[in-house]
Design a protein. Structure first.
Length: 286
């Protein structure tokens, strides 16, 4: 197994908020990608990256990693520790203070919030892959001799996913609103809904989408979506699961990872990357 990594700063920013690690161990290779968001997203991504690289290196020899039914017992605490440590690091490095509601505020009482995705993979010499993630940084396997038959290892943590809609609407009250993003509408909780009251996808005509300012967010043609906090709060997140994003956690967003186990029996390329990079990779591989 060989690994490589690259973090590219795009859109003219001086600070890329993406972080990653790739480490060869005796039994396996571990890798992780963390895409920061918000003003202090680089703090969130750097904190999570360092913690996961250290903790996974220590835990990998645990026999619990060999049993799929025990993976949450081992990995969930890692994600929970990262989530809490991000809050501490933002308070320490952004001049914040912890409010009575558990959120972070500046000296002028403005809300400070930030977070990141987290996608980790553990690749054993046998071809067994454990993938755990929150957010939209994907892990995809491309067979070397049939790259158009790629296999997605990560799930969908966007506001378009009906399973995430059911989870959030049943787990929190008041809960986040699932909306299509609109360039014309502020705040985001006033944007057009993704789901009906029955939990089915609502459809919009091309004319309605143009009128509402809805748009395609990627080369796959997906419409932009958000989970938005209910009024009077005006916060929104592109993801239903992530580390940090503490205000949205009050409305059902969570940092519990989705975990899956896969087996690769033929030579393949495993790509773990942030959302924009993985879309470009798919396009180039096709």
């Amino acid at each position: 197994m060989r690994g490589a990594g690259l973090s590219v700063c795009a859109s003219g920013s001086s600070d890329s908020q993406d972080r990653f690690f790739c480490k060869q161990l005796v039994q396996c290779t571990i890798a992780g990608v963390f895409d920061g968001h918000g003003k202090y997203g680089s703090i969130a991504a750097s904190t999570a990256c360092a913690l996961f690289e250290n903790q996974l290196s220590q835990l990998i020899s645990s026999l619990e990693f060999q049993h799929p039914d025990k993976l949450h017992d081992v990995l969930d605490p890692c994600f929970d520790t990262a989530h809490k440590l991000i809050k501490n690091e933002i308070i320490a490095n952004a001049g914040g203070r912890l409010g009575a509601d558990g959120l972070i505020y500046s000296a002028s009482s403005m809300l400070i919030d930030a977070g990141c995705t987290a996608t980790i993979v553990i690749v054993f010499q046998t071809g067994r892959i454990i993938c755990a993630h929150v957010g939209d940084s994907d892990a995809v396997v491309f067979p070397q001799h049939a790259v158009n038959e790629y296999r997605q290892l990560t799930g969908d943590h966007s506001a378009y996913n009906p399973e995430e809609h059911a989870r959030i609407t049943q787990s929190a009250e008041p809960h986040a609103l699932f909306v299509y993003d609109s360039r014309n509408i502020r705040p985001k909780n006033l944007c057009p809904p993704v789901f009906s009251s029955a939990g089915t996808h609502l459809s919009y005509t091309s004319a309605e989408r143009r009128l509402l300012g809805m748009y395609r967010k990627n080369i796959r043609g997906d419409l932009g979506t958000y989970v938005a906090s209910p009024a009077p709060s005006h916060t929104a997140s592109a993801m239903t699961r992530c580390l940090g994003a503490f205000e949205m956690h009050q409305f059902g967003v969570c940092h519990v990872p989705q975990i899956s186990v896969h087996t690769v029996s033929t030579p393949a390329i495993l790509v773990v990357a942030s959302d924009g990079t993985i879309m470009l990779t798919r396009a180039l591989m096709m």
